[in-house]
Design a protein around this ligand. Structure first.
Ligand code: NOJ
Ligand code: CA
Length: 758
């Protein structure tokens, strides 16, 4: 439904945007209201023609007048100087694309529509916003640049559009000028700004404290480039002293570098820091072009950040016509045993270096610790099948792992040659006979050229044996050298893989790739991403971590967090490992609800699940695709309690039987919905940081008049994440919509509840 919005153009030139004395007097002021009128975005031109915007909520400043635009690389100099100086190309002085603009016109729009995602936190998503486009022309150059503002009730998205124009066909960005001027020294949950990784722990501090804290928060990573003492990553979650929650991120990063933020203190103004390419430039653009959306969410209740669909709504609708092969998946993996050091990805210690195609593995002496061997894989297949899982990931199945990272080696893997003790054909047949799909693993070691070269053959092999999902990985510095994980070319690589995978009906779960920006609306075969510290960091993960991620990393899309470690003493899993999960067992269960993902792993080993079989039952029961999500309690960095209803269409299919379903969906139906059996089913999860807490919430989201049988998994009274993490209690209860629950969580504890209609 489209309707005309109310656009208030200021009658007089010279309307000041904010009270601060420092603010320039703006002309051509345009104002846009959110559908409910609570948010106001203002655009205007400074006296020198600099485009500026601001944002307020109910009269409170959220973003003070902030600059828009770019600085462009100058033209290449084609004269003899380049030979004399023996340098590479030389360029004229940088060119401004951030001042000298005049307003040529405006356009408005308003949208209120509902769309159904292929999978998600809810079955129906409302997209409701008012839009203002300001059409700008730069005097002298005649260059055209539009800024499109979309204002939702929970935040603002804006992007730059460059219409097709003869005198501005290609340009290269030196830097983006876009600012976000904060109205105070807000509290923030941040990780260091970096061009290569998001694998950091969160710091909870005032913005002004960032420079004094950042060095201690830059833990080592196989690839990292911290660019500034005041740099932070998006999504950045802040809280103002008067209780507003502000979240800055971006949406739909396509053919453009990823944005970090760099903070100026004391003005508390963030500037976009685009990731450079190998030569230091930050984006090559061909017009017509639209940049990614820059987003500022602002709400008065933290739960509304979790409920926001702003990032998703700013992405384009699904580009895959037939999505029947895409299915949420609960899986296990021959994985945790390598992460903990119990077994290895590699096969032999025989070779000083490996040259695929030349190195002869068939005559190599196995070192005896190879995890992906036929017997072990069969054991996992049996266990996964017996417990209703859909898939099994196997890492270390292919040649090359003996020197897979640290060298920036270009030709590391071919993605098609199994180790001698991994019978790809027989194992797939065996898995399929038991209703399990094997999940392919493509560790690229960040050699993106090498992966591109082998992609078609790798996907063809998957199609041949019936794999429909691949976990990709980008550990180490990017090859070709000089590029970063967030550079434009690397972004284009990740997106190319997603599109090619779609062509082959393959779902992708990328690790160490860029953090997502809602692209899964457009490409729902992008079923997961890591792109933050996940369980593999073992006891490096502080208790606060999972109380922050849903506000930050998960805003752009689901995370393959790999929860479910029930043996929290890793020395028991892998002798010699001295790590402990800084989490209670009940909190591990809760993560299946609080960390939304259509791809959920039961990451622990079969023998550990056998040991804690009663707690494992929750992991077996929990759904992975949802009709509705209710965000019951939330404070970023402290606690989160969420209730989710299993998706109805799946429940109906489950009761009708699976006969009519495409093959790809059969495993999923058998697994995730066996518990529901056509009845209404809800799952509730609660997690806390290092503080023990008691929380109370009403169950008024349950269907009125129905009775539900609940199984409650909670921390034992004496549970504590350091001294007694494995102490849990399971009890049953009969509950209705008129009940409420009071739950106790231990330090770094939590609870998980399954509710099934009687
Ligand atoms: C890092 C990934 O995050 C992890 O899950 C994987 O096992 C290793 N790389 C090896 O590919
Ligand atoms: Ca990783």
């Amino acid at each position: 439904m489209k309707k005309t919005i109310i656009l208030i153009a200021a009658a007089l030139l010279g309307v000041a945007c904010a009270e601060s004395v420092k603010q320039p007097v703006l002309s051509d002021v345009q104002t846009l209201s959110s559908p409910d009128g609570s948010l106001t975005a203002t655009f205007g031109l400074a006296p020198d023609g600099t485009p500026m915007y601001s944002l307020s909520k109910d009269g409170k400043d959220v973003v003070l007048p902030s600059k828009l635009g770019f600085v462009l690389r100058g033209n290449q100099i084609h004269d003899n100087e380049i030979f004399e100086s023996k340098t590479k190309w030389m360029y004229d002085s940088p060119v401004s694309l951030h001042d000298g603009f005049a307003l040529e016109g405006t356009a408005t729009d308003s949208v209120d529509e509902t769309w159904d995602p292929v999978w998600g936190e809810e079955a129906h998503i409302r997209n409701h916003y008012n839009e203002l486009t300001v059409k700008l022309k730069q005097s002298g150059t005649g260059r055209l640049m539009n800024v499109v503002f979309r204002l939702f009730d929970d935040g603002l998205g804006f992007r730059y559009e460059f219409p097709s124009q003869w005198d501005f066909r290609h340009f290269t960005i030196k830097e983006e000028v876009t600012q976000f001027a904060m109205a105070g020294d807000h509290k923030a949950l941040w990780i260091p700004g970096d061009y290569d990784t998001q694998e950091y722990e969160y710091t909870d501090s005032r913005l002004s404290q960032i420079p004094s804290l950042i060095e201690n928060r830059c833990m080592w990573n196989a690839s990292q480039t911290v660019f500034s003492k005041t740099g932070v990553q998006t999504a950045l979650q802040m809280k103002t002293d008067d209780g507003l929650y502000i979240n800055i991120h971006e949406a739909a990063v396509v053919d453009f570098p990823t944005a970090n933020l760099d903070l100026d203190i004391p003005s508390m103004t963030f500037r976009i820091e685009l990731t450079p390419d190998a030569e230091g430039w930050r984006g090559a653009v061909m017009t017509p072009f639209s940049t990614p959306w820059r987003t500022v969410m602002v709400v008065d209740d933290a739960r509304k950040i979790l409920a926001s669909r702003l990032i998703l709504n700013l992405n384009e609708p699904c580009k895959i016509e037939d999505t029947s092969w895409i299915h949420p998946t609960k899986y296990m993996g021959v994985w945790w045993e390598m992460i903990t050091g119990k077994s290895a990805w590699s096969y032999t210690d025989d070779f000083p270096t490996i040259e695929l195609g030349t190195t002869d593995y068939s005559s190599a002496k196995p070192h005896g610790r190879h995890g992906a061997n036929n017997d072990n894989v069969r054991r996992y297949i049996d266990f996964a099948a017996a417990n209703g899982f859909d898939g099994l990931l196997i890492e270390g199945w292919n040649e090359g792992w003996e020197e897979w990272f640290g060298q920036q080696k270009e030709y590391v893997f071919d993605f098609v040659t199994p180790y001698p003790d991994f019978d790809i054909e027989a194992l797939n047949k065996y898995a399929h006979s038991k209703g399990i799909r094997l999940i392919m693993h493509h560790e690229t070691s960040a050699s993106i050229w090498n992966y591109d070269r082998h992609l078609e053959a790798a996907f063809n092999l998957m199609n041949k044996y019936g794999y429909d999902a691949a976990k990709t990985g980008y550990v180490g510095d990017i090859v070709p050298r000089g590029l970063h994980h967030y550079s434009q070319e690397t972004i284009n690589h990740y997106n190319h893989v997603i599109r090619e995978a779609a062509r082959h009906h393959i779902m992708i779960n990328a690790h160490e790739a860029v953090r997502p920006t809602g692209l899964y609306r457009t490409w729902p075969n992008m079923i997961g991403n890591e792109s933050a510290m996940g369980t593999e960091f073992q006891n490096d993960i502080e208790p606060i971590h999972v109380t922050v991620l849903p506000f930050t990393r998960l805003q752009g899309g689901p995370m393959d967090y790999t929860p479910g470690i029930l043996e929290t003493d890793l020395g028991i899993t892998a002798p010699g490992n001295t790590a402990h999960m800084w989490s209670t067992i009940a909190k591990q269960l809760a993560l299946y609800v609080t960390m939304y993902s259509p791809l959920q792993m039961a990451a622990d080993l079969p023998q550990n699940y056998e040991k804690y079989a009663d707690a494992f039952q929750f992991i077996k029961d929990v759904a992975v695709d949802w009709e509705r999500s209710e965000y019951l309690l939330a404070e970023p960095g402290d606690y989160i309690v969420i209730a989710r209803q299993a998706k109805k269409s799946t429940l109906n299919i489950a009761s009708e039987g699976t006969a009519k379903l495409p093959d790809a969906r059969k495993g999923y139906i058998n697994g995730a919905t066996a518990f529901a059996g056509g009845k209404d089913a809800w799952f509730i999860g609660g997690v806390t940081d290092e503080n023990a807490r008691e929380v109370t919430f009403a169950l008024d989201f349950l269907a009125p008049g129905k009775t539900y049988e609940a199984t409650i998994y909670e921390d034992a009274p004496d549970a504590d994440y350091k001294t007694n993490p494995k102490a849990y209690v399971i009890r049953k209860a009969t509950l209705t919509a008129s009940d409420s629950l009071t739950m106790k969580m231990a330090t770094s504890g939590g609870f998980a509840i399954s509710l099934r209609e009687k």
